[in-house]
Write a protein that binds this ligand. Structure first.
Ligand SMILES: Cc1ncc(C[n+]2csc(CCOP(=O)(O)OP(=O)(O)O)c2C)c(N)n1
Ligand SMILES: [Mg+2]
Length: 581
């Protein structure tokens, strides 16, 4: 943004708080917004319409927060959503916590009561600020109409600085409807805060030297990449370090795409489900954890990494370092900056390091080949109902390099986390691992498709997750996006059913719907697939349809004994001496 752009077209004069909110968001060049109106924020809605800004009515504010969150992941710019007093605001909670836990910049607006009548049992009134405060990085209560620009500025700064996150602006009705004489100078915004990371901080130099020495001395170093790689857009830096030093890269579900899954140094997912990464972790003599919280799934419920392996942990949030596993060297800073510094610190000995690790790197293709051979019967399965692994294989071949796959919280995310291959670094795989709610797939797909209108976007979701969000099919249709929704229809709340099978000998709760028919009734495309050989053409049909959503209803196994991608370690009783990873 140039100085002229920054200072020209600034509004000034008497306007209400809602208009000031909209003017600031326009200055910040936000993308499409998602919400559902109510009396409190109506001046804001009116201003949006007067200013010609894009805002979509969603059918549940949770979906608005999900869509804004996915928009932010694709663009690294804050997604914007809103909810009205009370139920509108409380419906935002799940989506905002997804953003909080995943570190995604989101700005949410909530209308609150008119302060002249607060606490007199106003309709829809509740203690929403107290309910929402732990769901966001910062809750900002706007007490004066005149302070709207300043506090929205603050919201952007908080959302995009440090570990990014959601910020809630709680706006009382009288502040939104109230008027103030604004000066043009009130409407300024710091352009560096409009996308994450707003600012970068480098780890301490002495810590970089210690980490570099540890890595230099390692025969089998391994990088464990989390979602922080995306947040810091550290793709080139990660690849540069991995290639210069011959260090393979494993990833969490959120970290998938830090380097392309098809890159020879990518060893795939680690944690609860793994191809070859867990065994490489076990055999490693130095782990470099980057932008990763080492939470339950990444660590197989804290069974990884082995305590004996030296650990370097690079994270933007100092207090996150060492939270779950003790570290040898803590690197506090931006992922990209830290990786760049490590590459530089190790540069002099890079050639020797690559030579020394040639055998180590040489193991990877052989290990991958043997994994592939072992997985081939599933990946190539012709069985009916469709095998999840076969579906992933078809997604791998149908989705082009630049596409985005949004994966829902149930098996959809776990199977694709394990078997889907991104073909270039970047946000090409978007799972909602912040809170792991089911139901993210469809609204997340809407947000991603609006963020990248030229890009093929596929949302993969369970039938349970889709069922939760059916109303948003109408939203998707209204936006006119060409989104392909793949419903993995196992006629069950599958992950729950599979766990009940493994642990409780079956007390099942199921559901069965013909989703494709529902999609057609809503004016979307709908294809039901029961034959794996129809997958490719169905995916092709969905991807070719650019003006309306298409729902692919894929009938997958209904046998709870066969639903898990592999053994889930929570279903296994671990006895002393057992190998758990
Ligand atoms: C909002 C929400 N409720 C409950 C859960 C717990 N849960 C995790 S997976 C799962 C099953 C979801 O069923 P479905 O969407 O059909 O996916 P499947 O596991 O069958 O692939 C449930 C209920 C959750 N993650 N989120
Ligand atoms: Mg299901």
């Amino acid at each position: 943004m140039t100085e002229t752009e920054r200072t020209s077209n600034r509004p000034a004069g008497r306007m209400n708080g809602g208009r000031a909110l909209a003017e600031m968001l326009r200055l910040a060049r936000v993308g499409p917004m998602f919400g559902m109106g109510g009396f409190q924020l109506l001046p804001f809605y009116d201003a949006l319409s007067q200013l010609g800004m894009r805002h979509f009515l969603i059918n549940d504010e949770r979906c608005g927060a999900f869509a804004a969150e996915a928009y932010a992941r694709v663009t690294n710019r804050p997604g914007v959503c809103d909810g009205t007093l009370g139920p509108g605001a409380t419906n935002l909670v799940t989506g905002l916590i997804e953003a909080l836990n995943a570190g995604t910049p989101v700005i949410a607006l909530a209308g609150d009561t008119n302060r002249a009548h607060s606490w007199k049992n106003m309709t829809q009134e509740c203690r929403q600020a107290e309910i929402l405060r732990p769901a966001v990085k910062e809750l900002i209560r706007v007490e004066l109409t005149s302070r709207v620009p300043e506090l929205l500025r603050r919201a952007f700064a908080v959302a995009t600085s440090g570990r990014p996150g959601p910020v809630l602006l709680d706006v009382p009705e009288d502040v939104c409807h109230g008027e103030h004489d604004f000066a043009a100078e009130d409407f300024v915004i710091d352009p560096t805060t409009l996308s994450a990371p707003a600012r970068r901080i480098r780890p301490d130099r002495a810590d970089i030297a210690r980490a570099a020495a540890l890595i230099a001395g390692a025969k089998r170093p391994l990088i464990l990449a989390g979602g922080g790689i995306h947040l810091s857009a550290g793709y080139e830096a990660l690849l540069a370090l991995a290639e210069a030093q011959s260090i393979p890269v494993a990833h969490t579900m959120s970290g998938k795409g830090g380097i392309a899954c098809t890159h020879p140094l990518s060893v795939g997912l680690f944690g609860r489900y793994s191809r070859i990464a867990n065994e490489l972790i076990e055999a490693s003599d130095c782990l470099l954890v980057v932008g990763c919280k080492l939470g339950e799934i990444a660590t197989k419920r804290y069974a990884l990494p082995p305590g004996s392996v030296p650990l370097v942990h690079l994270d933007i949030l100092a207090e996150e370092i060492g939270r779950c596993s003790p570290v040898t060297v803590a690197l506090w800073g931006d992922a990209r900056a830290g990786l760049e510094d490590l590459t530089e610190a190790l540069a002099d000995d890079a050639r020797q390091a690559r030579a020394a690790r040639a055998d180590y790197i040489g193991e990877i293709p052989a290990r991958m080949t043997s994994w592939r051979q072992e997985a081939a019967p599933r990946l190539d399965s012709g069985e009916r109902p469709v095998h999840m692994a076969r579906l992933c294989r078809e997604l791998n071949s149908a989705l082009p390099t630049n596409s985005i796959l949004v994966a829902d919280g149930g098996f959809a995310g776990h199977w694709t986390g394990l078997l889907y291959d991104t073909k270039s670094p970047g946000r090409h795989f978007i799972p909602d691992r912040g809170l792991a709610s089911i139901g993210y797939g469809l609204p997340g797909g809407i947000g991603a498709a609006l963020a990248a209108p030229q890009t093929p976007v596929v949302a993969i979701t369970g039938d349970g997750g889709f069922n939760m969000m059916l109303g948003e099919l109408e939203t998707a249709r209204r936006t006119g996006i060409g989104l392909t929704i793949v419903v993995v229809n196992n006629a069950a709340s599958g992950y729950v059913k599979a766990l009940q099978h493994a642990m409780f000998r079956g007390r099942y709760q199921s559901s069965d719907l013909d989703y494709a028919a529902i999609a057609r009734a809503m004016g979307c495309g709908g294809v039901r697939v029961e034959d794996p050989d129809r997958l490719a053409s169905a995916l092709g049909e969905g991807l070719a349809e650019r003006s309306r959503p298409t729902v692919l209803d894929i009938v997958v196994t209904r046998d709870p004994a066969r639903m898990l991608p592999a053994v889930d370690n929570r279903t296994v009783e671990i006895r002393q001496g057992d190998r758990v990873a």
